[in-house]
Design a binder for this molecule. Structure first.
Ligand code: CS2
Length: 494
């Protein structure tokens, strides 16, 4: 196997696509926070395509790692050891695969080790976009009020002038310096999977700035663009066994290989006063109806994912395509999409929701992706309000069939106990549930789940029909199992 580096690129197997542009001429024009798998198989792939077109040498990526722990230290070492290159293997639903080496990242900075280097890069006039994949919870907004929390430890630390820890701290300090030096601001581009991601980033950054200096906050609000976008590509985790498999397949010794499906989509508002790479020429859809895409994706793809994960894990499945191979779960998803979701969504112009549904089910069935249900289950508390609440609200309002959603929430309650139908334990990671929520959950009255902070606003505990259906499923799960309860639901709604 060939150790991946700029020098070894020419000797890789001819089937591997490699950067054909002169990387030594590429300078960073994008600084990215959050170098997880999603960024590596999504935005970086599009930027790599742009760099293959002449005249775009100013649009390389500088990756910034904010955390300091053994994992991030190893990653920093890995990227340094392989000239910031990594491989991406893309698997089609029919099992065929191809590997490419992504050369878009030309600089990697480990912020805790050298914060000034990060600020220097951010204030360099050549930096014209700062992009983010810091996760949905990363924007630090209060679940109920939507207000930016100034008192979380890292934010409070950054506001008080300590050595910077957060993306907000770095971005606002860099914008302050640029303003002072008369350098035009960069665009802040969120690539996180949340609704109105640009508006969310604006809220977080302007609020953080307001915590420091009101005039600076106003200047940012007036002068910085925050385009919204809908991003989509399934990017599973790459545990060591998967890493070895990927490397065996490609013949490349890559310390940080990534994998993804062949499907990729990015619908982006063209809001870039500071300029942008030629995204429109490489498959990015530059449109002004991003919300329609966000709603479709969130309420169909992400909603189905989590609807599969809750009962799926309880039935003993751990992998997405295996869960979907269970006909009971397939039927649950299909019925949910056909009867609950699709009739209540106005899709983007020219997009067939029926075709979108077929594509989602096909994508989830892709065996090569081997995506983990526990990855999807992570932070379900944050995902249900975003991906299911609107459908629940509409079902309740228009007198629709609430049974699948009630069953789903009953499964969530069962899942929180961390043990499946077969008695196998699994890890529940729900950073958003407060102490108070856990006290309610431990109190032993199942309806209290609907009173925990994420669900409180929906008022479902006081909606007689919903509470009754939910209570019925909880009782049935306790008396029998998730499996039998699901079978009964499917029989009664056939
Ligand atoms: C998943 C997403 O974690 C989740 O909730 O549904 O990560 C999903 O894989 C991506 O949004 C696909 O683009």
């Amino acid at each position: 196997m060939k150790k991946l580096s700029q020098l070894s690129l020419g000797s890789l197997d001819a089937s591997i696509a490699i950067p054909k542009y002169d990387r030594s001429a590429v300078r960073p024009g994008i600084v990215h926070f959050g170098l997880g798998n999603f960024h590596r198989v999504h935005q970086a792939v599009y930027v790599d395509r742009c760099l293959h077109r002449p005249g775009n040498e100013g649009w390389g990526i500088c990756g910034v790692e904010l955390l300091d722990n053994p994992g991030t230290q190893a990653k920093a070492e890995a990227y340094r050891g392989q000239d910031c290159l990594y491989s991406v293997t893309e698997y089609a639903p029919d099992g065929s695969a191809s590997t490419r080496v992504i050369g878009a990242m030309v600089e990697y900075l480990h912020a805790p080790v050298d914060p000034e280097a990060v600020l220097a890069r951010l204030t360099n006039p050549g930096t014209r976009i700062v992009s983010l994949t810091i996760t949905e919870g990363g924007y630090n907004l209060d679940e109920t009020t939507g207000v930016f929390k100034l008192d979380t430890p890292d934010v409070a630390h950054d506001l008080s002038g300590g050595p910077l820890r957060t993306a907000f701290g770095y971005i606002v300090e860099a914008l302050r310096r640029r303003r002072g030096e008369g350098i035009a601001p960069f665009t802040v581009m969120s690539c996180d999977n949340l609704r109105h991601n640009g508006d969310t980033a604006r809220k977080a950054i302007v609020s953080f700035a307001r915590g420091k200096d009101a005039a600076l906050a106003d200047w940012i609000d007036a002068n910085v663009d925050f385009p919204n976008s809908m991003v989509d590509r399934i990017a599973p985790q790459v545990p060591p066994a998967a890493r070895d498999r990927l490397n065996q397949r490609s013949g490349i010794d890559d310390a940080v290989p990534a994998l993804g499906e062949t499907f990729i989509q990015w619908v982006l508002e063209d809001d870039f006063r500071a300029g942008r790479p030629p995204f429109g020429e490489v498959g990015v859809e530059l449109r002004n109806d991003v919300p329609a895409f966000e709603f479709m994706k969130g309420r169909m793809l992400n909603a189905s994912h989590i609807l599969l994960a809750m009962p799926g894990i309880m039935l003993g499945h751990r992998i997405v395509h295996e869960a979907l191979g269970d006909t009971r779960l397939y039927r649950l998803l299909e019925t949910f999409l056909d009867r609950d979701a699709i009739p209540r969504i106005e899709g983007p112009k020219g997009v067939s929701l029926e075709a979108y549904k077929k594509a989602v089910l096909e994508r989830f069935s892709n065996p090569a992706i081997n995506d983990q249900l526990l990855r999807i289950a992570f932070d379900t508390t944050a995902k249900i309000p975003v991906f299911h609440s609107r459908t629940i609200e509409m079902l309740v309002e228009d007198g629709g069939d609430i049974r699948r959603e009630a069953f789903f929430l009953a499964c969530f309650g069962a899942y929180l106990k961390g043990k499946d139908d077969k008695g196998e334990s699994f890890e529940v990671v729900e950073p958003r549930l407060t102490e108070n929520d856990w006290t309610l959950l431990r109190g032993g009255n199942p309806i209290d789940l609907l009173r925990t902070s994420p669900f409180e606003k929906l008022g479902l505990a006081d909606h007689a029909a919903f509470a009754k259906a939910y209570g019925g499923y909880v009782a049935s799960i306790q008396a029998t199992s998730v499996g039998q309860t699901l079978e009964a639901l499917l029989a009664e709604t056939a």
